[in-house]
Structure formats: C-alpha cells, structure tokens
Design a protein around this ligand. Structure first.
Ligand SMILES: Cc1ncc(C[n+]2csc(CCOP(=O)(O)OP(=O)(O)O)c2C)c(N)n1
Ligand SMILES: [Mg+2]
Length: 751
C-alpha cells in the first residue's frame, strides 16, 4: 500500500475484488433478470433501482478521484470526499426530490441519486464545476464547493459542522406551519426535511440543540417532519467516536424514532431509509437514521491519515467498501457480471474525466464586484413601496379592534414597536413573531403584548430556551417562504447563537447566488442604561460582532416613530431582497416618555397612519438630523440620541450651536448624511455608547477619514469593560457630563 497514494490504493482494491466476485449462486448466466423484482427477497429495493443507485455510487467515487487529480494538477481546490459513505444514495432514493435536503459534506452520492430523480439534472458536472470554482457552477457560482441545487431542493450548507441542523428543524417546522396558515411555501405540503451530518458533528451543541428542539416540538404534539441522518464513520478527522456512542445516545430519544443500517448493504439502507421516511412523512414526527459507514482517503487530501491510523486498519476498511457491497448484491442477483461491474466502473471514470477536462476550461470569478453581487441585493425603491403598504381594513381591524394606533395619541418606543408589529402581522400574512416569552407574556418588556391573542399561536408564539434554535427556526422559515421575526431576549444572549446569523443567515444568498434566501428581522432587546439593574448581561453594549457581518443590516431606532418606520423598512427589505436585519431595540428607551423635563412627554411620538407611511419612509442607511447648529455636530445613535439632545440644549444656553445626527443604522452607516453634517460644522463629536475598541465610533471616524473630511474629530465612548451591577455601571458608560466635557475640549482645541 505504501507505494500508492490513498486514491490509487482504493481504486486498485475495488477493481481487484470486483473482478473476482463470486457469480450469481442460483442461476449463473440465466439472464435477463426482472429489474422490477426485489434485488433480495424481502427487500423493497428493485434491481432497476439498485443499478441506478450503483451508478450514483460510482459517480461519487470517481468525483472524489477527480478531485484529487484536479488538485494535483493545480485546477481543483477541494478534496474532502464522500467515498465510503455512498450508502446515502439509498436515502435520496427513499425520499422525494422536492423534500428539502440539508446535506453533510460527504453526502455526494445522495446528491447524485437525488439528481437522478429529476430530468435534466447534470450532477457530475455540477460537482466538478464546484471543485474547480467555475463561475457558472450552479449553486455557489464559483464561491465554494458545496452540495446545493435550487431545482433539487438541496439547500447549500456551510463548512461549519452541524450549523445546518437548526435550519433543518426550522424548515421542517415551516412546512406544516405554512400549510396551517394557508400561505404558500417553497415545499410541497407533505414534504419532509432531511439533514445529514457526521458522527463527530452529532456531539456539537448545535446538533444536540437542534435535535432536542425537534424532539421538544414533537413532544408537544406539533408537527416536526425531519429526518436526521447520521453518517457514522467512527471518526472526526483523527478523533475516534467511542464505539456504540451514536446508538447509545440516539436510539432511545423519544419521541424521535431510531432506525439503523449497515452502509455496505444498499438494500438494507434503502429499506431502513424508506421506513424512516415513511414514519416522518405520515406521523409528521422526527426520526434518526443511523448509517454505519467508512471514510476513505482520509479526512481530506491534505490529511495524512497514517499519522493516526495503522495501515492495516486503513486497508481493512476497503473490504467494507459500499461499492463492493452493491457490486456483490448486483452480481449475486444476476443483474451484472463481475466484468460488467468493472466496465461500468471504468465507463464512469471516463465520463467523469471528460467532464473534468471540460470543467477546467470554464471561467472563474475575476472581480470583487462579481463576487459580491449576490451578497445582499438592495432594491430601495421597491422596498419603499412595500414599506408604505398596510394591511387592508379588515386585517387592521383584527390587529387593533376599533382603536387604530394613529388615533391613540403619543406612544413610547415599546408601544410604537408593538403597534408596528401588529400592523406588520396585518400586512404580511406569512409573517411569524416568536421567541422566549413573546407569546403569552408578551415579551419581557411588553413589546409583543396582545399580539398572540389577536393573531393566534400559529403566528405569534413562545419558543424553547435556545437561541440557536430560535434563529434556526427563523432560517428555516425564511428559506421556506415565510417572513420570520424572531426575538432574542437580550443582546448578550445573541452571542451564544451568533453563528446562525453570521455563518448561516448572512451567507446564504452569497453561496447560492440568490437562489435561496432567508429573509429575517431579528429583534434584539439590548444596550445599557438600565439604571444599574441587570449587570453586564442585561446591559451589553457590544455590537462589533454584528457590524462586520457582510450584508447584515443593523438598525437601532431611538424613538417610536423611527422604530415603526424602520421596522417597516426592514420587513420590506427582508421580503423583497431577502435581507437579514437585526433590529436592536434600546431597552432603556422602551418606556421613556420625557426628554428635557419630567412630564414634558418629549420622547413620545404619534403613530403614523398608513396614508403617511410613504412620506415617513426611512430608507436603509439614512440618518436623522436634529437642529442646525453651526458649531458642533454630535454623531450618535440609540441612548446617545436623547442624551446628545439634552447636551445640545445646554450648549445652546451657552451660545454654542450643536446639531445632532442620529445614525439610526449601524450597518450600513449613513455615510452621506454623516459627511454632510460633519462638513456643516467642521467639528464632529462621536457619542458612542458602545465600547472604545470595536465600537461604532471607530467606523464613523474611519468613514470620515476615508472621505477626506478635514475638520476636527473627537469621541466619547463606553470604557472597554464589562458592565457592573448597580451604580458602578455609570463609571463605564457614556454620561451627559462626559459628552459636555468632550464637546468643550473639542471646541477649545486649536483647529
Ligand atoms: C464547528 C466546526 N468545528 C470544527 C470544524 C473542523 N472540522 C471539519 S470536519 C471535522 C470533523 C467532523 O467529523 P464528523 O462529523 O464525524 O464527519 P466526517 O468528516 O467524519 O464525515 C472538523 C473537526 C468545523 N468544520 N466546524
Ligand atoms: Mg465521522
């Protein structure tokens, strides 16, 4: 074995063994055999299907071999293969081609077998174009090598193991929820979701959380048609999974049903997959299909497997080659002779080689503009039109009874968001509002109060306590055609689920050239100034983790009318452009009524009637300016807005004219407004309640520098610290006294 590369060793082993397979025991040479008959007594796998699946398995193997020579020749960029896992072809065959699939990176044979169910598909070509990063590759357009295809209902996955499972659970949830609500979904009404993953990935908290969520939803009697497929090769790169661990963990996890099969036995895999799929489809309940497989040719081309496995162990696995298993089955059933097995294998090699030779001639991506085009498309005019549309009178009456909010006088920020959510529920029949405590209680701060009662638990509902699953529900609902508005209870608790936003949500349009999207408006209660209550985790003021996610929209409304308008914009952008938006609501302003004096009601706002929404529209990336002072521009957002307005009034009393720019959007920043207001005074003070390092002020100052702004700049920010409980909090946060001091320092500085 040592003189051969892993791919040569595997290749030769298969051919040697295939040539000498024992011929059919019963009637050697007594063909033709009935291809419609079971390939084995008692199995549901017919001879014809077994042959078709063998082709998918052969195709997969030769794609892996091609990945290696393409890499060696400098044409290919990806060598993680699916060889040894080819049993997953049987899973595809047991499903319908419109069942949404979220696949493991070793589910290549599944992909080929699914494509074989759909006329016109060309999966060998698809995969080869992915390996060489061709710009016309059908799912990612040369941006990644992933299994995905819009026409095959295969949603592309990321490289982050298990991160697709929360979305898979969300997709399963969305299939039946869309049907219940009578809204159109991307999937057939009786579809089921399937998701595959490795044995090591099964330990990831993202996987265990998603499986737990599926079980908890099903435990309540709610539909959860998801099939989890664990492709268990006993290894996670070099780390062994304890023998029996997957079965021990998942064989008894009610109400999820467990099925298992040996990956060398195509008929057994097909029968188990059929039983599992039938269970999920008819019961609308989760099942776990455990496939025992082997991993060939190491983790990836770069992985020297001999450093952690003996060559004897590696070679012994060759005997468990699923291709040999299927070849044995076909030869034993009289469907192929050993020579025909070899011919088929070699014919597939030639076919893949010809396609690979063609693939390397395809164009690759050559400009940043082309690469980023699908990242976050924006159609602001269309968004503006949609944002100005309200639900019809009947829907608004359901939302508000006889008391529309425009007739209710001035509202707080929390009440404005509440009314805007009600209007959104009335305007978008496919909109869902969910999260911890949003349903029955109406939110920790009452922002969703009454919505569940008026719109029903089908549309406004409580979730279990797992932020990854909440966002996963949103991802799955969004990709299915619904419009999810998940709530994360506090900014600090977004962090433990943040990759669902970063890795999954924000990257989907990019890695699918817009063929899949997950429109979503994530409401997050956050930021500081809870008068000392709550400590760090209820006052978290860090947003850097959001601002650097490509394409993500980050909105921070400071007052009620802006909040309602900005929410309408985010929802319209999500619906029209598939935008992923974070709507960060300053908790401390939720119930604030006054601005300058107790009782002045200066922070209350009227709620605009729908006929005013077009005029009141707030485009993404446009700020709001208060005042026209010519000495100083205070650039701020969130809690900084009322603080800066109070400071501006005090400065005015001393003869200093300050204007205040509320950025309103932290991503993308309102650069045009910023430059205009900066140039108007030539003195900019950034009032940033986030931290000095990684905070918003860094971006604001950089934007000014990039544009060549030549005036004075200062900043007042929170300290680089976690926030303490009690009155000590004030020592790390921005204060009005601090703003005033920074303003006078800036004004006193020599030009
Ligand atoms: C969250 C995360 N951590 C680490 C990695 C690096 N990594 C890629 S594959 C892998 C092992 C996965 O093993 P398993 O789930 O058993 O799948 P297999 O490759 O064996 O099919 C690791 C650690 C990753 N991709 N994602
Ligand atoms: Mg594994």
């Amino acid at each position: 074995m040592s003189e051969h590369s892993p791919e040569e060793a595997l290749d030769h082993y298969f051919l040697d063994r295939a040539r000498t397979l024992p011929p059919a025991a019963s009637a050697p040479g007594a063909r033709p055999v009935d291809r419609a008959a079971p390939v084995l007594p008692g199995s549901q796998l017919t001879g014809g299907l077994a042959l078709a699946l063998f082709d998918a398995q052969l195709g997969n193997r030769h794609l892996d071999l091609a990945a290696r020579y393409l890499r060696a020749a400098g044409h290919g960029f990806y060598t993680i293969g699916s060889s040894g896992h080819e049993a997953n072809a049987a899973v595809a065959a047991a499903l319908r081609p419109a069942d949404p699939a979220l696949l493991h990176y070793r589910s290549g044979a599944f992909y080929l077998a699914r494509a074989a169910q759909v006329p016109g598909a060309d999966p060998l070509r698809d995969v080869l174009l992915g390996l060489v990063t061709a710009a016309d590759e059908p799912i990612a357009g040369g941006r990644h090598k992933v299994f995905g295809h819009a026409g095959l209902a295969v949603i592309p996955q990321t490289s982050t193991i298990a991160s697709h499972l929360p979305r898979a659970v969300g997709v399963a949830f969305a299939i039946d929820r869309a049907r219940k609500l009578g809204v159109t979904s991307r999937w057939p009404r009786d579809a089921i979701a399937v998701t595959s993953f490795g044995d090591a990935s099964a330990n990831h908290s993202t996987a265990t959380g998603a499986i737990n969520t599926a079980c908890q939803v099903a435990y309540q009697g709610l539909p959860m048609p998801v099939l989890f497929v664990c492709e268990d090769n006993g290894l996670g790169i070099s780390v062994r999974t304890p023998a029996g661990w997957i079965a021990a963990t998942y064989s008894s996890r009610p109400p999820m049903r467990y099925f298992s099969a040996d990956g060398t036995d195509l008929a057994g895999c097909y029968d188990a997959a059929l039983a599992a799929a039938d269970y999920v489809r008819t019961k609308r309940a989760p099942a776990f299909l455990h496939l025992s497989v082997v991993r060939f040719m190491a983790h990836a081309g770069s992985d020297a497997e001999v450093s952690y496995r003996s060559s004897g162990e590696i070679t012994a696995d060759y005997e468990r080659d699923p291709l040999l298993g299927t070849a044995r089955l076909l030869v034993g059933a009289g469907l192929l002779t050993p020579a025909e097995v070899v011919d088929r294998y070699e014919a597939m090699r030639r076919r893949v080689r010809a396609l690979a030779d063609d693939a390397i001639t395809h164009r690759r991506l050559t400009s940043s503009a082309e690469i980023t085009a699908p990242l976050a498309p924006r159609h602001p005019d269309h968004v503006a039109r949609r944002a100005a549309q309200a639900g019809d009178d009947k829907a608004r009456t359901q939302a508000f009874g006889g008391r529309p909010p425009e007739a209710a006088g001035h509202l707080t920020l929390a009440d404005s968001i509440n009314r805007a959510l009600a209007d959104a529920l009335a305007s978008y029949p496919h909109l869902l509002v969910f999260g911890e405590d949003v349903g029955r209680k109406g939110g920790v701060y009452g922002v969703t109060r009454g919505l569940g009662r008026r719109f029903g638990a089908g549309r406004v509902f409580d979730t279990l306590l797992d932020e990854q699953s909440i966002l996963g529900l949103g991802l799955g609902a969004g990709v299915s055609g619904l419009l999810p508005v998940p709530e994360i209870q506090y900014l600090a608790y977004l962090h433990n689920a943040e990759d669902q936003l970063r890795g999954e949500a924000a990257s989907l349009q990019f890695f699918s050239i817009g063929q899949f999207r997950n429109p979503m408006v994530v409401r997050v209660a956050g930021l500081a100034y809870q008068k000392g209550f709550g400590g760090h985790f209820h006052n978290d003021n860090a947003v850097a983790v959001l601002r650097d996610i490509p394409g993500l929209v980050v909105a921070v409304p400071a007052r009620g009318d802006d909040a309602a308008a900005m929410l309408r914009t985010c929802l319209a952008a999500a619906d029209i452009d598939g935008s992923v938006c974070v709507f960060l609501e300053p908790i401390a302003l939720y119930h604030t009524r006054d601005l300058h004096e107790p009782g002045d009601g200066g922070w209350l706002c009227p709620y605009a009637a729908p006929d005013l929404w077009a005029d009141a529209h707030v485009p993404i990336g446009r700020g709001r300016t208060y005042g026209d002072g010519s000495h100083l521009t205070l650039v701020t957002f969130g809690n900084g807005v009322p603080m800066s307005l109070r400071v501006a009034r005090r400065l005015a009393e001393t003869g200093i004219g300050a204007r205040v720019l509320d950025l309103r959007w932290l991503a993308p920043l309102p650069v045009e407004d910023l430059l205009r207001e900066a140039d108007a005074t030539g003195r900019v003070l950034v009032v940033d309640e986030t931290r000095r390092s990684g905070g918003v002020s860094e971006a604001v100052i950089t934007a000014l520098a990039d544009a060549g702004y030549g005036g004075r700049i200062g900043r007042v920010t929170a300290i680089d610290s976690f926030i303490p409980l009690g009155t000590a909090a004030a020592h790390v946060l921005v204060s009005e006294a601090g703003i005033e001091k920074a303003a006078s320092d800036l004004l006193a500085r020599a030009p």
